[in-house]
Design a protein around this ligand. Structure first.
Ligand code: GDP
Ligand code: MG
Length: 305
């Protein structure tokens, strides 16, 4: 049998469960997940290597329409993912706020002229189960196969579902002489970057309203030598002056909790104990400043506008 390899773009509304699905398929945490929409900012890659081939899942930021600052970056990331994928997955959740949202995603994916399939997520939400058939119908009418799953099902069932999804997607991938990435890797992202993303994920978990959406996390120190345990230090950049005291919290409670939870996960990622430090700083509307956006890795390519 020939070897296959390629990119599979996960396309869906914010909160559809794309990052959760990717982590599940590669069996590792490579993308951050949160109950709030639009947590994923930069595309993240999850690599799955088997004897038959290599699937590189690309978790795009959810579809957004705005075109300024951070939102402009997100919109372009999603567009780039669609353009550069070999196969597309329309990821639709049964609890999509509006039926039109599901339809929009399916139509967008179907019209690209690339091999694609539909995945319905969160089927454990029983009160929404009537929507599974409706969405399935929309997908099959456009000529693609449709699968549904919940990451909350029992392990045996999940193993079975993972196998089916991987077989199905392998069949759609192009042949390739060699893998695209080292087959030992789960993601090409660095531990440095993943650690900063974990800090950002914890901010999403504990902070409310617009605060987590308008903050960024930067690595200040990632020092694995010269100490008994690695010393990591991160800067949480907020965009409004009054956000600073909210992120810190009363008597530093909030920042302590974010730090504790982040440390626990980064230790899991690195496989060792670490020392973690968080600083909060204020940079007025950082996402409107080109230089700061660039420094943080959110760069919009102006030529495409
Ligand atoms: N009940 C249920 N919740 C899920 C499932 N998959 C994801 N979620 C939740 O849906 C929310 C959004 O997931 P996420 O992967 O961040 O969505 P993304 O924005 O599309 O990447 C999170 O709170 C997840 O825990 C599922 O199968 N069942
Ligand atoms: Mg996501």
């Amino acid at each position: 049998m020939s070897y296959k390899a390629g990119f599979v773009g996960l396309i869906g509304q914010p909160n559809a469960g794309k990052s959760t699905l990717m982590n599940f398929l590669v069996n590792e945490k490579v993308a951050i997940v949160s109950a709030k929409p639009q947590t994923t900012r930069r595309r993240s890659l999850g690599i799955l290597s088997t004897k038959e081939g290599q699937v590189v899942f690309v978790d795009a930021p959810g579809l957004v329409q705005a075109h300024k600052g951070l939102n402009g970056f997100l919109a372009q990331e999603a567009e780039d993912v669609i353009g550069s994928s070999d196969v597309l997955w329309a990821v639709v959740s049964v609890d999509e706020a509006q039926a039109e949202d599901a339809e929009k995603v399916i139509e967008l994916v179907a019209k690209q002229g690339k091999p694609w399939m539909g995945i319905i997520t969160k089927v454990d939400l029983k009160e929404k189960s009537h929507r599974v058939m409706i969405i399935k119908d929309m997908i099959e009418k456009k000529g693609a196969k449709c699968f549904s799953l919940s990451v909350k099902s029992d392990d045996k069932e999940l193993d079975e579902e993972r196998k089916i999804l991987i077989d199905e997607v392998m069949a759609l991938l192009p042949e390739s002489k060699a893998p695209l990435y080292d087959s030992e890797l789960f993601t090409p992202d660095t531990v440095r970057y993943l650690s900063a993303e974990i800090v950002r994920e914890k901010c999403f978990e504990f902070l409310h309203q617009e605060i987590p959406y308008s903050l960024a996390v930067r690595v200040m120190k990632f020092d694995e030598e010269g100490h008994n345990i690695p010393h990591l230090s991160f800067e949480i950049i907020v965009s409004k002056e009054n956000h600073k005291s909210i992120v810190i919290g009363q008597k530093g409670q909030m920042i302590k909790q974010i730090g504790m939870e982040a440390r626990r996960e980064i230790e899991k990622l690195m496989g060792e104990k670490i020392f973690l430090e968080l600083h909060v700083s204020y940079k007025e509307n950082w996402f409107e400043q080109k230089s700061t956006m660039k420094e943080l890795g959110y760069v919009v390519d102006d030529r495409k506008k």
